[in-house]
Design a binder for this molecule. Structure first.
Ligand code: GLN
Length: 489
């Protein structure tokens, strides 16, 4: 039933509404495909077939009664960072290997309220710390593009990107603290949207760095991403940083006229080394936009190349505080020691993987009284400078575009140093520091036939126009990202 797998969310909803297909058929097609390829791709930590079929049956009943919900019958993968009531939620950590929440995250609840079908919980880097998903306690997911090459689907939301690109979910959720939606989406030929900070509630989402964590959608098309975001967004009184804002698209994004747009290129990124493919595809899309009437201008974000350093101080600092709760007392793993302190030590030593421990050490160090002024406060200042510079840049242009990564997906067994992995986030972290929306959209295929993406970046709460411009770029790029083609079956 490959035709069902290749449907976009937009198309699937049309067919569900017209009665041409049922939610149960669609869900079963996905479950069959998970059964066939799930183990090889390792993109799910937990598959929930019974729940999926029950959700689908309820959707079919609503279609039959003529009152379907906005995403009724749409089978999605949920990053295993969102707490799901009664369903194991691990954050890909041994620490939470057997954690079954008694509550539902706001984002996953909103999907329930929209009629979406839960296929399962997708793999990720442990506590969302990483760029490859290799730090998962459950082993790395695989990139379905050229599967024989064992490439990474990116991280930290790599389970979702692997699943959506291979047709093991029609769409899904990610979280983006420093690029974890956009980078994995870019190298798997998908659309990944990091909304404005505060547009989607963080409540019930396992915390990494609270001032940066941003839930968002991952999908095969920009319209699909907009539909998923419509379900996820909205004010939530349970999250004190939730914005009094919403996002809503009915069937598809309204077309924005390119002739009226002024698009900015970030001058400082010119000096960054990127692959020839990335340069060629990025330039090609810029000239497409230009030929279609958009005005291209250059803007300056003077401190943007310091964003990485600031991010890798602020994110570990917040993480060390957020992860202090995993001490064997309330959640997850507990390894008994000789006394209380020894129990803490043994539990944390056994429960956290190497990368998480590295961040705990860095985080506590930069927050220590000797380092606070020199590291943490400096990073906070750089963050403010970057946010202010974006504000000024948006006085000269409507939207900004930049690459999503320097190159295509890396082999899973590439052993870069931690700092080299951190450097992969160069094009994505500044947007998190500034809290502004950014969408990675495919810009074409590199010579090695692997996909690359570019970002559209906007002002706070300009999420709609970010997606509208991304939709033009998607069309210019014309990438064929049908799952059955990508996986070759
Ligand atoms: N790669 C970045 C990190 O490891 C971003 C992770 C994320 O966005 N969750 O911190």
């Amino acid at each position: 039933m490959t035709h069902l797998i290749n449907l976009t969310i937009t198309k699937a909803l049309q067919k569900l509404k017209s009665g041409e297909i049922t939610a149960t058929e669609l869900t079963q097609a996905y479950l069959d495909r998970i059964e066939k390829f799930g183990a090889d791709l390792n993109c799910y930590i937990t598959v929930t077939p019974e729940r999926a079929l029950a959700d689908a049956a309820a959707s079919d009943a609503r279609y039959a009664a003529g009152n379907p919900l906005p995403l009724d019958g749409i089978p999605i993968g949920m990053k295993d960072l969102f707490a799901t009531r009664g369903i194991r939620t691990t954050a890909a950590s041994k620490m939470l290997e057997n954690f079954i929440p008694e509550y539902e995250s706001t984002v996953s609840q909103k999907f329930i309220d929209s009629g979406a079908v839960l296929l399962g919980k997708t793999n990720l880097d442990e506590f969302a710390m990483g760029t490859t998903s290799k730090t998962s306690f459950f082993g790395a997911p695989i990139n379905p593009w050229q599967i024989e090459k064992n490439l990474t689907p990116g991280g930290s939301s790599g389970g979702t990107t692997s699943a959506v690109a291979s047709g093991l979910a029609i769409g899904g959720t990610g979280t983006d603290t420093g690029g974890s939606i956009r980078f994995p989406a870019a190298i798997t030929g998908l659309v990944g949207m990091k909304p404005t900070y505060g547009l989607c509630s963080r409540w019930g989402c396992v915390a990494f760095a609270s001032s940066l964590d941003t839930p968002g959608p991952i999908a095969r098309t920009v319209d699909d991403a907009a539909l998923l975001l419509s379900a996820m967004a909205g004010h939530d009184e349970k999250d004190s940083t939730s914005a009094a804002a919403n996002f809503y698209v009915k069937d598809e994004l309204p077309i924005i006229e390119l002739k009226k747009l002024r698009i900015g290129l970030i001058k400082e990124f010119d000096s960054v080394e990127i692959s020839n493919d990335m340069k060629r595809l990025f330039d090609a899309r810029i000239s497409d936009l230009k030929s279609a009437g958009a005005e291209i201008v250059t803007v300056s974000i003077p401190n943007i190349l310091d964003a990485l350093a600031a991010y890798y101080i602020i994110a570990p600092a917040e993480a060390s505080s957020n992860l202090a709760r995993y001490d064997g007392m309330r959640y997850g793993l507990r390894v008994e020691g000789s006394d209380l302190i020894d129990t803490y030590k043994k539990t944390r030593a056994a429960g956290f993987g190497e990368e998480v421990k590295r961040r705990m050490v860095v985080g506590t160090a930069v927050l220590s009284s000797e380092s606070y002024e020199v590291y943490f406060m400096q990073a906070a200042r750089v963050r403010r400078l970057i946010a202010d510079a974006f504000d000024r840049a948006f006085e000269q242009c409507d939207l900004i575009v930049c690459p999503s990564s320097a190159g295509t997906a890396l082999p899973l067994d590439s052993d870069l140093t931690p700092l080299e992995y951190y450097a992969l986030d160069l094009f994505t972290v500044a947007q998190n520091l500034a809290g502004i929306p950014a969408c990675s959209v495919p810009c074409g295929l590199a010579e090695n036939k692997l996909p690359l993406g570019m970002q559209v970046v906007g002002q706070k709460f300009d999420d709609m126009r970010v997606l509208q411009l991304a939709k033009h770029i998607e069309k210019f790029a014309g990438l064929d990202n049908k799952p059955t083609k990508i996986l070759g079956k």
